[in-house]
Design a protein around this ligand. Structure first.
Ligand SMILES: [Zn+2]
Length: 263
């Protein structure tokens, strides 16, 4: 796992698996951890690093309900877990789905030292909305924006005082836009348009998979991803993949996208 201190109050962890990111934000005596890395040693690493760095963890947040973003409770078992309303609804509608997918990943990867994942007592947050951090600093508020399209749910978190956007599974330098079952092309394009305006205010963009990006790089990816989705709409399977992401693995995602658009 890579650990990047992007700012004195912002640490990004990047998992060895799928480069899944986990972002820790500090505001005085309070702090939040958004999403999670994957392997048990990485989850232990997050709690160890944050303890050493003096990052309090008042709560966990998730960008969406895909299992690979929901593992924070394995590192912080007693922490509250918050997410956008759409994600809370999806979790309630498919109870046990994340645990089943995690178990199948662990079986595939021979991971046998994982404790059970508890996803009870989830706090649904209004989106769009604000979440305030630090009782002494009422001006420090996370901004929540809808970010659906990759899946049926999704929330992007903007941290104004750190000029950082944590957007979930969009704007990835390592993964093409992915329309999962439940995802939609129209919603994905609308989310990219929404993110375009937020990126203008950001110095750093942390995608769900891959390293943090500067504003210009994020804007360039947004252009490439928009072009890919337009081509997907009009040319289907013939749509060219975005530059730099033309691997067999990405072609498999592309094939799923074509199916999802035709469904
Ligand atoms: Zn993901």
């Amino acid at each position: 796992m890579r650990v990047l201190a992007v700012h004195a109050d912002l640490i990004v962890f990047i998992s060895r698996y799928w480069q899944t990111t986990c972002t820790a934000v500090r505001a005085g005596e309070e702090g939040f951890v958004i999403d999670s890395p994957i392997y048990p040693d990485e989850l232990e690493g997050v709690s160890g690093v944050l303890e050493q760095a003096g990052f309090p963890v008042s709560g966990l947040l998730a960008t969406h309900a895909d299992w690979d973003h929901l593992l924070g409770r394995l590192a912080f078992p007693t922490a509250s877990l918050g997410c956008g309303e759409s994600t809370a609804e999806r979790l309630a509608a498919e109870p046990g789905a994340a645990q089943r997918e995690l178990r199948s990943f662990d079986e595939e990867q021979y991971v046998d030292d994982r404790r059970p994942l508890a996803l009870g007592g989830i706090q649904a947050l209004p989106v769009p909305g604000r979440l305030s951090l630090g009782s002494m600093q009422p001006e420090r508020e996370l901004e929540l924006y809808p970010a659906d399209g990759h899946t049926a749910d999704g929330t992007a978190y903007f941290i104004p005082w750190l000029e950082t956007l944590v957007c979930g599974d969009y704007l990835s330098p390592v993964e093409i836009p992915w329309l999962s079952p439940g995802g939609s092309l129209d919603a994905y394009e609308a989310t990219l348009e929404r993110l375009r305006a937020i990126i203008e205010r950001a110095q750093t963009v942390v995608p769900g998979h891959g390293r943090p990006l500067g504003r210009d790089e994020a804007a360039k990816l947004l252009g490439e991803d928009t072009a890919y989705l337009q081509a997907l709409r009009f040319a289907g399977a013939d749509a060219p993949l975005p530059p730099g992401r033309q691997t067999d693995a990405q072609r498999r995602i592309h094939a799923q996208n074509v199916e999802q658009v035709n469904a």
